[in-house]
Design a protein. Structure first.
Length: 427
């Protein structure tokens, strides 16, 4: 088909412009080419080169050919615009940010400008540590590898609300960072921390009704369900959370609470979602536990050439989708783990009744997390564009790992693979 032949043409400009050319050419095709267009786009996102067919393609009608010529002309004009920008010596980030700020209908990238602008490593950083959202790992990374001025400095606390940290504990910070997590996986992690870690065993020792029947997988399932029942039946009551975590919308409470601690569960069943979204939007960097490596690539890129040399090494060696990706070799990254109990690769296999209780306790967190995932994929699309790294960073294995585990979001219709494709293929 003509679409597949056009896809092989080379335009002397950026990959993002060539991608727009392919979409324009596809729009000029007839209904017969729709399926080929879909296959081409999917193959492109999987990193496969699309080849022209060996058999001759039928001739297009004159109207379609005229549309194709108009599309080519539009693409050439866009190319001239990119050249003009280069001639004016404007930085790519300036152009992107201006596009986001000034256009209400057309976006270069659907991101918050502050989420893609450069961070100065010499400034003061504040990291809001949400319990069981990889906070200790990030703080160790900031201290030992990036050598940032980070507040708080301790890996194991204090774990404060955004409001309290900004206005009291770390009020001199230039940037505020945070890490969020899939609500279902976050609640499971809170439970296993209370049940298995030395800290959790110690602080729950006076609560004889804390569910701790055994260490087998089936014991964890039963104990988890009992633990959830305790909180679901409590409603707005917050007195007895076993002196550990109250899981009700824990992440949203960090975004909305004016208290310094949020473990007690105050406001967990009726959080202020307007305030939660506003607080989230005002953050300078949002990492996701499920995509911690990709989050690290984004942070490292934004720290720029003032950061330690290990940052550049990590970007070059690990932030790509080639077979020789070295993200697990320990260079430029760390991992903190407090216990090995309750490890489980798939939470979707838990009983439906148990998962329903988790959903009841995390309705607000799920809204915040889906919103964060959407913005995260758009930020990754920017990082992968020619305006930044110019190569894929979110790889197929990472997407496939979380496709089914995160499908419970948005009423069970969520697809992280489709979310990435929609962001990366957006013209």
């Amino acid at each position: 088909m003509m679409v597949r032949q056009v896809d092989e043409l080379y335009l002397p400009t950026s990959a993002s412009v060539r991608q727009r050319f392919r979409f324009a050419a596809a729009a000029a095709g007839d209904a017969e080419s729709v399926d080929h267009e879909r296959q081409d786009r999917e193959a492109m996102m999987l990193g496969n080169k699309i080849r022209a067919p060996t058999s001759p393609s039928p001739q297009r009608p004159q109207a379609a050919s005229e549309k194709l010529r108009l599309c080519c002309l539009s693409t050439l004009l866009l190319t001239l615009l990119y050249v003009a920008i280069d001639r004016l010596s404007l930085s790519t980030s300036d152009v992107v940010v201006a596009s986001v700020k000034t256009s209400s209908t057309q976006y270069a990238y659907e991101v918050y400008p502050k989420r893609i602008t450069q961070l100065d490593p010499s400034d003061n950083f504040s990291f809001v540590h949400i319990s069981k959202c990889a906070g200790s790992t990030w703080i160790r990374l900031f201290n030992s590898i990036l050598k940032l001025s980070i507040c708080p400095e301790q890996e194991n606390g204090p774990e404060l609300s955004v409001f309290y940290q900004r206005n009291k504990h770390c009020k001199d910070a230039d940037y505020t960072l945070i890490s969020l997590r899939s609500p279902r996986h976050h609640v499971w992690s809170q439970f296993t921390m209370c049940k298995y870690s030395a800290w959790g065993v110690n602080i729950t020792r006076d609560y004889k009704d804390f569910p701790r029947s055994g260490a087998e997988s089936e014991d964890d399932e039963a104990d988890f369900d009992t633990w959830l029942d305790h909180f679901v039946s409590m409603g707005d009551e917050t007195n007895n959370h076993y002196n550990c975590y109250h899981p009700a919308n824990f992440q949203t409470r960090v975004l909305t609470s004016s208290n310094h601690w949020v473990k007690s569960g105050i406001g967990g069943f009726n959080p202020n979602m307007t305030l939660a979204k506003k607080t989230y939007e005002d953050l300078d960097f949002v990492a996701l536990v499920e995509f911690v490596h990709e989050s690290q690539c984004m942070l490292y890129y934004r720290l720029g050439n003032k950061a330690p040399s290990v940052v550049t090494s990590y970007l070059n060696e690990a932030c790509h989708c080639k077979p020789e990706n070295h993200q697990g070799n320990g260079n430029g990254t760390v991992h903190v783990q407090y216990h090995n109990g309750g490890e489980r690769s798939r939470l979707r296999d838990l009983p439906l009744a148990t998962l329903s209780k988790v959903a009841t306790l995390t309705s607000a967190d799920s809204i915040i997390y889906v919103n964060a995932l959407k913005h995260f994929m758009n930020e990754m699309a920017w990082l992968e564009s020619d305006d930044a790294l110019g190569r894929r960073v979110v790889c197929d294995d990472a997407l496939e790992k979380w496709e089914r585990e995160l499908a419970y979001l948005d009423g069970g219709s969520f697809s992280v693979i489709q979310l990435y494709r929609d962001a990366a293929l957006k013209p």
